[in-house]
Design a protein around this ligand. Structure first.
Ligand code: PGA
Length: 251
């Protein structure tokens, strides 16, 4: 299983800045990228085609859309479809990110519909899950992960190719705060997610990648990526500069 080193650029970067950062990242990492690593960037929609074109000739580099709707086309002002993301060069789509859940108000059911629809539409999907700080303090981590995964994966076809589905564990309290989860917390949460994936998908559950996200930076990436059941990282703030994200990719 290749480790997936993913960057979520959120609502940052214009066309020129996005392409320049992607090109610089490629220059810093492409010739040294180990065979067991993959690089993925989620640019804003307006720069998706630009970054996809930069990555086009490079093995092991791909792009994804940060969100998508559950229809191919139609009167859905402001939305974008998996087919449109694929047309712009994306291979991946993101669902259930904490900002979509807690800032934009998406519930588990919508996240689940998006996850299943993205997969049947030909995207590889990364489903994000994670507890809020009050849920952790109340001892509800496992219950929250179980609920988000039960609903989030409910309609995913059981014959899904495990290489097409990943889960990102992103504790809400660690996103953009500088407060990274400790190794024990990460290992425990990832083991819990693995158990749920095995129960849902059998043997195939061992081949679904589980990424960690939340204040990953060059200084902590090597330690995190070496933990049990950590098959990659999803990085926000520290992915915006190519120097910083290149160190993470190669950590
Ligand atoms: P962060 O964001 O690395 O800035 O904490 C992670 C994410 O939102 O995916």
């Amino acid at each position: 299983m290749k480790k997936l080193m993913a960057a979520n650029w959120k609502m940052y970067k214009t066309w020129d800045d996005a392409r320049a950062t992607a090109q610089s990242l490629a220059d810093l990492t492409a010739s040294k990228l180990p065979d067991d690593r993959e690089v993925l960037i989620f640019p804003p929609f307006t720069a998706l085609k630009g970054v996809s074109d930069v990555f086009g000739p490079l093995a092991g580099f791909s792009t994804g859309g940060q969100d998508f709707y559950t229809e191919a086309e139609g009167a859905f002002t402001g939305e974008i479809s998996p087919a449109m993301l694929l047309d712009a060069g994306a291979a991946y789509g993101l669902t259930g990110h904490s900002e979509r859940r807690h800032v934009l108000g998406e519930d588990d059911a919508l996240v689940g519909r998006k996850t299943a629809y993205g997969l049947v539409s030909g995207l590889k999907v990364i489903l994000c899950v994670g507890e809020k700080i009050d849920e952790r303090r109340a001892g509800q981590v496992e219950a929250v992960l179980r609920r988000q995964l039960d609903v989030g994966l409910k309609d995913v076809p059981r014959d899904v190719n495990p290489a097409d589905l990943s889960v990102a564990y992103e504790p809400v309290w660690a996103i953009g705060t500088g407060e990274v989860a400790g190794p024990g917390e990460i290992v425990e949460a990832h083991a819990c997610i693995r158990k749920i994936l095995q129960a849902e998908f059998g043997e195939k559950g061992n081949k679904i990648r589980i990424l960690y996200g939340g204040s990953v930076k060059p200084a902590n990436c090597a330690e995190i990526i070496a933990l049990d059941n950590v098959d990659g990282v999803l990085v926000g703030g520290a992915s915006l500069l190519s120097e910083s994200f290149s160190q993470i990719v190669l950590a």
